[in-house]
Write a protein that binds this ligand. Sequence first.
Ligand code: AP5
Ligand code: MG
Length: 196
Amino acid sequence: MFIVMIGPPGVGKGTQCKRLVNRLGIPHVSTGDMLREARKSVSHGEDLLAHMDRGRLVSDEVVTELVERRLELPDCQNGCLFDGFPRTIQQAETLDKILGKHGKSVGLAIEMSGDDKLLVQRMLKRAVEEQRPDDTVETLTRRLEIYQRETVPVAKYYEERGLLCQVSGIGTPDEVSLTIRQQIRDNGGKYRENSS
Ligand code: AP5
Ligand code: MG
């Protein structure tokens, strides 16, 4: 199953995806992680740096090319858990085309929500723990604005197709996981309860 995880910065997409992938038996495809890796290379480096560190979205072309190449690998043939992708309507449409070429489609979109104050607290805590250059108050404000403008319509895109479920990101990681797992089960996802 191809599952899309949508949510504002700091809501816990990465935290939850890491907990889910083993039990779902599909890989975690995080465009944020892929871009942080790609920026180390000479060909992409400076361009990506300029966008990511300012909290702006990287171009749809760069992101969808990375995703398309990732989806060609054998581990993605039965599905994957997208984290932070698609983030624009154009990316959502391109993903449908890429999967459609192989007779596949998105099976479920999960929208995580949280209030802005909590998101800022979590990001500032992570800034101390992980030193991500885009975890500053100024950049976070921009990322939240861009989320509202560009990515909230993506949740609507999936809602219109009957694929969206909404989950609160507020609560302990265990509490949030429980709700997400229930949603996946209710929506036909194969979730192995007893494996780790
Ligand atoms: P990306 O890496 O995707 O960042 P993001 O969406 O801003 O989200 P974060 O990773 O910051 O937050 P998260 O929801 O994963 O939360 P986490 O689990 O870490 O993207 C970075 C940049 O790359 C973008 O700004 C853009 O420039 C570019 N980019 C990426 N994808 C793109 C795309 N598709 N198109 C264009 N550009 C793209 O949790 C946050 C903190 O909270 C952690 O410290 C965690 O331990 C803690 N936490 C999590 N859950 C809980 C909980 N329940 N209770 C308490 N603490 C918790
Ligand atoms: Mg993340």
